[in-house]
Design a protein around this ligand. Structure first.
Ligand SMILES: CC(C)(COP(=O)(O)OP(=O)(O)OC[C@H]1O[C@@H](n2cnc3c(N)ncnc32)[C@H](O)[C@@H]1OP(=O)(O)O)[C@@H](O)C(=O)NCCC(=O)NCCS
Length: 169
């Protein structure tokens, strides 16, 4: 199937918000989603963007029954490791169900890798839920390693009231 990958622009935020919701349903966290289309527009496409995005599109003849031609996306941003230097972090990777298994997820992830390497990064980081076996296997098939298993790194978070308390002088 023909498809193309390109940099996301502000007009894509409606579809990215739709697919973000689909991904959150897949990951069983839809009830926790706070980010709106407006947030994506502001946070990704203002002067100092917090993230960048790419979208996968199919030609009109392959559009979904609901008329969508934007059928996959990835969000990423740059970070830094004091050990390894420049890093790219892939926040989301998603392909709509009817379009999976056709090389689109691989092409999206490959594009994030290309952009990261072009920016001088030497690692691509991301997280995946432990029960998401299909995606874990997809990532392994792309040469990724599970650093939680191999080095013991755990993702940590401080948010809500704990974050407010922590920020008190
Ligand atoms: C994970 C996801 C992005 C993969 O996208 P996709 O378009 O279905 O995957 P592709 O067709 O590009 O797969 C390409 C390669 O991965 C391999 N692959 C894909 N799924 C695999 C699996 N479950 N096990 C082993 N290999 C797999 C394919 O064999 C193919 O390898 P090849 O090129 O060497 O033949 C997609 O399935 C998805 O959106 N899943 C639901 C959301 C999700 O879990 N996102 C990740 C959150 S962390």
């Amino acid at each position: 199937m023909d498809f193309s990958i390109r940099a996301a622009n502000v007009e894509d935020c409606k579809d990215i918000a739709r697919m973000t919701m689909e991904l959150s349903e897949y990951e069983k966290v839809a009830d926790q989603v706070k980010v709106t289309q407006r947030d994506l527009e502001q946070d990704g496409f203002s002067k100092n963007p917090f993230f960048h995005g790419i979208v996968a599109e199919v030609p009109e003849q392959h559009k979904t029954k609901d008329g969508h031609t934007k059928i996959g996306y990835a969000l990423y941003f740059y970070s830094y490791s004091s050990i390894l230097g420049r890093s790219v972090y892939m926040e989301d990777l998603y392909v709509m169900p009817d379009f999976r298994g056709k090389g689109i997820g691989k092409a999206l992830m490959s594009k994030v890798a290309q952009l990261g390497l072009a920016a001088g990064c030497n690692q691509l980081n991301f997280t995946v839920l432990d029960w998401n076996k299909k995606s874990l296997d997809f990532y392994f098939s792309q040469g990724s390693v599970d650093v939680t298993a191999s080095t013991g790194y755990h993702c940590m978070r401080c948010d809500g009231e704990a974050l407010q308390r922590l920020a008190q002088p």
